[in-house]
Design a protein around this ligand. Structure first.
Ligand code: AMP
Length: 262
């Protein structure tokens, strides 16, 4: 069953510093021509009620698949501990396997299913930000979002499976040889290409959470950026910067951004 979510559930109070205080009177999602990327603000500021259908119709052409919770339970063996891959701020991540009969047009493949922790600090807004950005941005150095699930209060994300997990895990695993320098250079270059793509896009994106735990590695150490929950539209046209509430991770955010919010 698809639930309509309200303005309040869409924009939790902890994010209100970054949005206009008055509730907008404009209705629902702005219509976009097919080549224009829609922004988080196009959706989150667009009206008091927004359904999962509104999201999927805004993302037509993005090739995102909409999964039911039941389907994701089946492919992860009910989120079993044997399929557990790790846990970040959003919630636990489990490996799953999609067969070629699950969805028309979706090939058989392993996937990573991220489940929103209903008691956690991150919620619907991070989920929506991830769906909007990763649903529309495709690049060899960004992790591929395959689809999502939005059912009652449940929010899940389905990604391509990255065999070697996060760079942080690779760097700090206890019992393994350290990464050779050439591999480290390959990872750094891949991650930088992902960032350059975001910054040079027609509608630039500021990622805001660049760190080893958000860089995923596939079998040949190709690096891909993941976790767009804090991403934000960058400056456009004559703008030289955007001002934001300082967000990110201590020790990783650029000092001048932490000092000025620009
Ligand atoms: P995150 O919430 O993105 O920080 O993810 C938590 C952990 O889950 C990461 O450190 C990885 O070990 C694992 N993980 C997340 N996404 C994937 C993926 N697409 N493929 C494989 N492992 C993943």
């Amino acid at each position: 069953m698809i639930k309509k979510f309200t303005w309040k559930s869409l924009v939790p109070c902890c994010f209100q510093a970054e949005i206009p205080l008055e509730e907008p009177t404009k209705k629902i999602v702005k219509k976009q021509s097919s080549f224009q990327r829609i922004s988080v603000s196009d959706i989150s500021l667009s009206g008091p009620s927004l359904s999962a259908d509104d999201i999927s119709s805004s993302l037509i052409g993005s090739n995102l698949h909409v999964f039911t919770l039941a389907e994701l339970k089946v492919i992860t063996q009910s989120f079993s501990t044997s399929n557990f891959l790790g846990e970040g701020g959003f919630g636990p991540v489990h490996k799953g396997f999609i067969d070629d009969k699950l969805k028309p047009g979706l090939k058989a493949q392993p996937v990573a299913v991220k489940l929103m922790n209903l008691e956690g600090t991150q919620g619907h807004r991070e989920w929506l930000t991830e769906v909007i950005f990763l649903g529309q941005l495709r690049h060899p150095h960004l992790v591929k979002l395959i689809g999502y699930c939005c059912e009652d209060e449940h929010r899940l994300l389905v990604y391509e499976y990255m065999v070697r997990g996060s760079l942080e895990n690779q760097l700090f695993r206890r019992y393994s040889a350290s990464l050779p320098w050439l591999t480290r250079m390959k990872i750094a270059l891949g991650a930088a290409k992902g960032l350059a793509f975001l910054h040079e896009a027609e509608k630039p994106v500021i990622y805001r959470d660049f760190k080893a735990s958000n860089i995923l590695l596939d079998s040949d150490y190709t690096a891909k950026l993941s976790d767009f929950g804090l991403a934000k539209d960058g400056p456009e046209g004559d703008e030289t910067h955007v001002s934001t509430r300082v967000m990110g991770t201590h020790g990783y955010a650029a000092p001048e951004y932490v000092m000025t919010g620009k």
